[in-house]
Design a protein around this ligand. Structure first.
Ligand SMILES: *[C@@H]1O[C@H](CO)[C@@H](O)[C@H](O)[C@H]1NC(C)=O
Ligand SMILES: *[C@@H]1O[C@H](CO)[C@@H](O)[C@H](O)[C@H]1NC(C)=O
Ligand SMILES: *[C@@H]1O[C@H](CO)[C@@H](O)[C@H](O)[C@H]1NC(C)=O
Ligand SMILES: *[C@@H]1O[C@H](CO)[C@@H](O)[C@H](O)[C@H]1NC(C)=O
Length: 491
């Protein structure tokens, strides 16, 4: 009896877990959207309130020409300042006709013809943060206007909320009105909350939205403290989110809530600063790597006609984007951190090790050197795999692929030619077209542009080591060593 029932149980467990995975991927999204984190470009970080139709169309064209759209960066968000300062006599928002001479509908159509989505911005308050009329009390009317314009994405801010915050229920109910209004239009619109971690949206926003900001606004600095972002990286009950939060500060705030991510709902670490000039090459690589593996939406906030070859090569690294877009949707988590005893001009630096699981059974591992000088970082497999000495994963040998190696980073020379329009993107030049080939297919084929550059094999119970420059990162895909190779390693 026992013997014969065992295999059947095993089969049921396997079938159940497959069904559960499929359900998890499609069923958790409240509106069926954002099964992987959103990707795109937003006006705010580079242009603030000063942009117009020309700037929009120029950047949209760059998304296409630089191959960014085909790696997934497909939404363009008009962030604030879209309208006149007052509504019409019957309460309608009025687009600024000087800013957008051919009209928002025409811009929307042109985006769609370019294979891009049209994103807009408002606030769940009386005014937007820039002082334009916002949607509190006008949710249905505004949602319908956007749906008529062909809007695909709403970034919804938290300014001038008339005190309707201070506990999760108040915030939830205020943002839920817009969620319902968007749904009632019948148009599929990705709904992205921008309430700065106020009232802990990771506890309540997944049933009404696709993502929510978890901190005050990012600024273009790796670790320089600012009075504008008063809560420390360990202040998980932050009351004053601020607006000048550095990369390490936001990472700290994200570390406690990575498990809240799921297909359809993402913790938003705020827009990418890559390309804006405030950080070094290594710092931008760390910023981009960590946003990707923690499954933040990847929304650029730069000037696409002023990108340097180095920054462009960071943003189009297909191996790193593939981690962000992995169908399992499981964010990497921090395994350990050590504070340095030396201070530099920004205070005490830290070493951190993060790891996470991927859909095909591979793992992602990141070492961050937030310290004051270059250094070697090591971590045992026990530490990498959740600190569990008896984990079956620790008993296996792993092939290590470097995600910032020669196969995945476009050379400066090629990047410069493409940015200058002298060369077309092609497979031969090292460009990976995800729209054509698909990340998952490429991974199954062991395409090194997506899997990474083979670096070494770490034996069972072994240690992973990397040499990392100041404020730099090492990012590795770990793949179980195949049978033949594993035996060789044991000899
Ligand atoms: C990527 O592939 C798609 C589909 O084949 C194609 O339409 C697009 O032009 C390609 N993009 C680039 C940048 O080559
Ligand atoms: C409308 O756009 C023009 C051109 O960008 C700008 O000068 C003007 O201030 C805008 N109006 C409002 C109300 O923002
Ligand atoms: C509206 O909500 C229902 C129920 O959650 C969902 O099935 C449907 O896809 C939503 N429609 C739109 C347009 O988002
Ligand atoms: C890809 O690599 C894995 C592990 O290194 C190996 O088991 C598999 O056979 C390879 N697949 C292909 C298509 O080469």
């Amino acid at each position: 009896m026992i013997w014969s029932s065992l295999p059947a149980t095993a089969v049921i467990i396997v079938v159940f877990s497959l069904v559960a995975q499929v359900l998890a991927a499609s069923g958790l999204s409240y509106n069926g959207l954002a099964l992987t984190p959103q990707m795109g470009w937003d006006t705010f970080n580079a242009y603030a309130l000063d942009y117009d139709e020309d700037i929009l169309m120029k950047n949209a064209q760059r998304l296409v020409d630089l191959g960014l759209r085909d790696l997934g960066y497909n939404v363009v968000i008009l962030d604030d300042a879209m309208t006149e300062k007052t509504r019409s006599h019957d309460g309608k928002l009025i687009a600024n006709a000087t800013r957008f001479p051919s009209g928002l509908k025409s811009i929307s159509k042109r985006f769609h013809n370019m294979g891009l989505q049209f994103g807009v911005y408002s606030s769940a308050g009386r005014f937007t943060c820039g002082g334009y009329p916002a949607s509190l009390g006008y949710e249905e009317q505004d949602a319908q206007w956007w749906a008529d314009l062909g809007v695909d994405y709403l970034k919804h801010d938290n300014c001038f909320n008339e005190g309707q915050s201070g506990n999760p229920k108040l915030s939830h109910d205020r943002f839920a009105v817009m969620s319902k209004a968007l749904n009632a239009t019948g148009r599929k619109i990705t709904y992205s909350l921008c309430n700065w971690g106020d009232d802990k949206p990771w506890e309540w926003a997944s049933t009404i939205s696709n993502s929510a900001r978890i901190s005050g606004d990012i600024y273009d600095s790796f670790s320089r403290p600012s009075a504008g972002c008063p809560c420390s990286q360990d202040d998980f009950y932050c009351q004053i989110p601020g607006y000048h939060c550095n990369v390490m500060n936001i990472l700290g705030k994200a570390s406690a809530i990575v498990s809240k991510n799921q297909p359809g709902y993402w913790n938003d670490l705020d827009m990418l600063e890559v390309g804006n000039g405030g950080m070094s090459y290594d710092e931008y690589k760390t910023h981009f790597s960590m946003w990707a593996i923690i499954k933040s939406p990847l929304i650029m906030g730069n000037k696409l006609d002023e990108l340097s070859p180095e920054d462009y090569a960071i943003l189009i690294n297909p191996a790193v984007i593939a981690i962000n877009q992995d169908p399992l949707g499981s964010a990497a988590s921090r395994q350990w951190r050590v504070q340095e005893d030396k201070k530099d001009e920004y205070g005490y630096g830290e070493i951190q090790v993060w790891s996470g699981e991927l859909a095909n059974g591979d793992h992602i591992v990141a070492f961050i050197n937030g310290g004051s000088g270059d250094q070697v970082i090591s971590s045992t497999l026990v530490e990498v795999f959740d600190g569990l000495r008896n984990s079956p994963k620790v008993q296996k040998s792993w092939d290590v692929y470097d995600l910032w190696g020669a196969d995945t980073v476009m050379s400066n020379e090629v990047a410069a030619r493409i940015l200058g329009g002298e060369s077309k993107l092609s497979h031969a030049e090292g460009y990976f077209n995800a729209s054509r080939h698909g990340f998952q297919d490429a991974i199954a084929r062991n395409d090194s542009r997506v899997v990474g550059t083979y670096a070494k094999t770490v034996p069972a119970k072994g240690t992973l080591t990397a040499d990392i420059p100041r404020h730099g990162v090492a990012l590795f895909r770990l793949r179980e060593t195949s049978e033949g190779k594993g035996q060789k390693d044991e000899l």
